[in-house]
Design a protein around this ligand. Structure first.
Ligand SMILES: [Zn+2]
Length: 247
């Protein structure tokens, strides 16, 4: 399991290819393949059932901490956008967007969306949640999550959606999109330890959930959710004594 979580992001960084959700047994959000059954689908997915630090979570009673402000170095980027059957995913073409966490650089590998949101803040669910997946040189992962509610449209989201091919697993390239404009002005966050929210549900993932939601227009939200065809949020997982800190 540990090997898998370390090797996948590195592979993506090295090859610049589309990361398959996971090369393995098919899983989903409906029927026999729904989240409650993931652990039974394959021995490789056992953490989905056995894990004690699973994501997503309901963020309640965070502890105030003197943590460093989140340093985000995003610019205009190029890459490709694909409907991989589980989500709409944007793969970075060149790994020069990064964040700094605990004095280490974590490079953006891909970002994708869930509807409705996976994490909740004080029991509140949002229409969408973006997961910006970053990896350091060791393959350790930091996922920065941004909540989206309905409101004014987002130009970067519009530009990305314009490139989205309705056909599954058909990546379309894009150039020079200012992905920084997907981020809120206020970068205060909640932080906790968790897992991938999709099989193999590997743990040891650092989660940073931004407090300030962004907006997407109803049309933009509809375009994303129509691509997903169904909800793609894993249910809330127990905290099991984990601490959530906030800055
Ligand atoms: Zn996700």
């Amino acid at each position: 399991m540990k090997k898998l979580i370390r090797s996948l992001p590195l592979l993506v960084l090295a090859l610049g290819v589309t990361l398959p959700a996971v090369a393995g047994v098919h899983w989903g959000y409906e029927g026999d393949e729904l989240p409650e059954n993931w652990a039974k689908l394959s021995p490789e997915y056992q953490m989905c059932g056995l894990g004690r630090n699973q994501s997503p979570v309901n963020i309640t009673t965070p502890i105030q901490a003197q943590t460093a402000p989140l340093e985000v170095h995003y610019g205009t980027t190029s890459g490709n956008i694909v409907n991989n059957g589980h989500t709409v995913q944007i793969n970075e073409g060149k790994p020069d967007d990064y964040i700094v966490v605990d004095n280490q650089q974590y490079h953006l590998v891909q970002f994708h969306f869930h509807a409705p949101s996976e994490n909740q803040i004080n029991g509140k669910s949002y229409p969408m949640e973006g997961h910006f997946v970053h990896s350091n040189a060791n393959g350790d992962l930091v996922v920065m999550a941004i909540m989206f509610e309905e409101g004014p449209e987002n130009t970067a989201a519009d530009q990305l959606l314009a490139r989205l091919n309705a056909k599954e697993n058909s990546p379309e390239a894009f150039d020079n999109i200012d992905i920084k404009s997907l981020l809120p002005a206020n970068m205060q966050y909640y932080r906790f330890s968790g897992s991938l929210t999709t099989p193999p549900c590997s743990e040891g993932v650092t989660w940073i959930v931004l407090k300030q939601p962004m907006t997407l227009s109803k049309t933009e939200i509809d375009k994303f959710t129509q691509a997903f065809k169904h909800h793609n949020n894993r249910p809330i997982q127990p905290l099991n004594g984990r601490l959530i800190i906030e800055n």
